[in-house]
Design a protein around this ligand. Sequence first.
Ligand code: UDP
Length: 319
Amino acid sequence: MNFVGQKKNIQINNLVTGGAGFLGSNLIDFLIKNEENVLCIDDLSSGTLDNLKHLKNNKKFEFKKHDIREPFLFEGRIDKIWHFACPPVPNIYKIEPLSTLDINYTGTLNLLNLAKKCNSKILLTSTSEIYGNTRINPQYENMPVDLLTYNPRACYSEGKRIAETLFFAFERLYGLKIRVARIFNTYGPKLKMNDGRVISNFINFSLSNKNLIVNGDGSQTRSFCFIDDMVIGLVKLMGSDYNLPLNLGNPEEISIIELAKLIKRKTNSSSEIEFRPTIKEEPFLRRPSIELAERVLTWQPKVSLETGLNKTIDYFKKQ
Ligand code: UDP
C-alpha cells in the first residue's frame, strides 16, 4: 500500500513514530496481526529496520525514514497516532540532552499538529522517570514529584513532562483526543542487545560469560513488564476514553542484585558479579501502582518475570 506521496485523502489506521524501536516494532506486529494497516516513521537513530524486515512485502505496512523534529507532510485521515519516538535509554539520552529535549518538544508539537489536521486520536508513551528519585513506593499517577533540573537524567524526565503538557494543552485548546501512558521498565524480544539497559546487559554478558556489572550494592529495585503485556495495555488505553496519565508496568519488584543472580542461573553462566560505584542520579526504587489501569482498562500483566526472561534469553541466543 502506498500511504504517503502523491495520493491525497488516504485513510490509514495507524501511524507509529519510533516504530523501528523495541516498543514500536512489537506494537506494529500486534496491529498487523489484527489486520490493521500501519505507517511507521522513524529516523533510525536508535531503532533498526531489522525489527521490521519481516513486514517488507506486507501490503498493510509502510516505512518512512523521518525525523519528527521536521513536520511530517501527510494529506488524509489517520485514525490513531502512537507517539513513541524518543531516545529510550539512559546511556544514550544522558549524552544527547539537547536532541532528547528537542525531540520531546518540537517532535511532539509536530505530531500533535498532525493529529489535529488528520482528526486522529493520539497516544504518548511517557515514562516512570517522571516520578524522579522518590522513596514513595509504589508510584501512583498523581503523587507529588521532586525532580531536579540539573540531574543528568532531567533531559528525559523534563522532556516527557513537556510532551505530556503539550498533549493536555492540545486537548484543552482543540478538543484533541489524547491518551498518556506512563511506561515502566519493559523487556522482551527485540530489545537491543547492546543498549546498556540492565536486562540486555545481564543476558548478553551471562551468555558470553563476561562479568555482570552491578552499580552500587544492587539493592536498588526495578519492576519489569514483559513486552506482550505492555502492548496489550497500550492497545487497551488507546481504545478507552481515559484521558489522564496512566501507569503501565508490572508491579513485580526485584532488586538488581537478585536480577543478576536470576539471569546468571537461568543462562547457566559462569559470569562473576562485579560491583561498581552507585550512580547517584538514578531512582532507587521503582514499582508501578497499576490500580488505575486495573480499574479503567481491566488490564493486568500476565507474564511472570521467570517466563518473560526465558523468552528473552531464547531471543538473545538466536541473535
Ligand atoms: N544497572 C546495573 N548494571 C548494568 C545496567 C544497569 O547495575 O549493567 C542498574 C542501573 O544502575 C539501575 C538499574 O540497573 O539501577 C536499571 O537500569 P537501566 O539502565 O536498565 O534503566 P533505568 O530503570 O535506570 O532507567
